[in-house]
Design a protein around this ligand. Structure first.
Ligand SMILES: Nc1ncnc2c1ncn2[C@@H]1O[C@H](COP(=O)(O)OP(=O)(O)OP(=O)(O)O)[C@@H](O)[C@H]1O
Ligand SMILES: [Mg+2]
Length: 215
């Protein structure tokens, strides 16, 4: 299957008391299958807002989002668009293995636990699969969130600063895995980041400034 993940001319404002914040002022972006796109921009430039609109988590005031095979972006299954949220969003009650197995279960994979453990091992977390998130470090939680996104082999991966808690070696390992395992198999990857490792490993850079694409 082919298809592009696309945002077209997105506008989004937030009201803060009497102040109006224009987070997105006409942003278009597309991600092709198999490419790694880095979304750069200083803090507050609109990166998370753009990702949230692409995911259907927030509604743009104007503009459109196209998700292949899905009429309503917010209803896209994890296997179409998987997410690494900026704050991870792991379930505290579940072990790392069960957190990662969840989307595999929902996608109907034959052995969700085995798929989860395999993906956690790829992210060098095989020794921690039976711990809960509060029993591991923030970097380990972050890689668990990455594993949870990748476990179904999604068509697109949208990741919000997914290396923010990782050291350089681990960042390189994660990006190499994303490129050589997942993008090589056709996953289109969009990563909001400030990390030079992400920029170096991406096919293309899109820079946001003040709610607009720069350059
Ligand atoms: N729910 C909200 N209510 C009001 N203002 C908001 C809200 N969410 C974001 N903003 C504002 O919109 C702008 C864009 O925020 P956004 O979170 O998209 O930035 P970002 O590029 O992801 O920043 P960071 O690199 O710090 O994560 C900022 O000025 C922010 O303060
Ligand atoms: Mg952000």
């Amino acid at each position: 299957m082919t298809g592009t993940l696309r945002a077209i001319d997105l506008h989004k404002s937030y009201r803060r008391g009497r102040e109006q914040v224009h987070a997105l002022r006409g942003v278009s972006i597309d991600v092709q299958p198999g490419e790694v796109v880095a979304l750069l921009g200083r803090s507050g430039s609109g990166k998370t807002t753009l990702l949230n609109c692409l995911l259907g988590w927030e509604r743009p005031d104007r503009g459109a989002v196209e998700v292949p095979g899905t009429a309503v972006p917010a209803e896209a299954p994890w296997s179409t668009v998987a997410v690494v949220p900026q704050r991870f969003g792991l379930l505290d009650e579940l072990t790392l293995a069960d957190n990662v197995a969840l989307p595999a279960r929902l996608a109907g994979l034959p052995d969700p636990r085995a798929a989860a453990i395999e993906t956690l091992e790829v992210l060098r977390l095989g020794h921690l699969v039976d711990r809960t998130p509060d029993e591991v470090s923030l970097g380990e939680q972050q890689r668990t969130a990455i594993a949870r996104a990748l476990v179904v082999g999604p068509r697109f991966l949208v990741a919000d600063e997914p290396t923010g808690r990782l050291d350089e070696d681990l960042s390189i390992h994660v990006l190499t895995t994303l490129r050589e395992v997942y993008a090589a198999a056709g996953t289109g990857v969009l990563i909001a980041s400030h990390d030079p490792v992400v920029v170096a490993a991406s096919d293309r850079v899109v820079r946001l400034g003040d709610g607009l694409v720069e350059g």
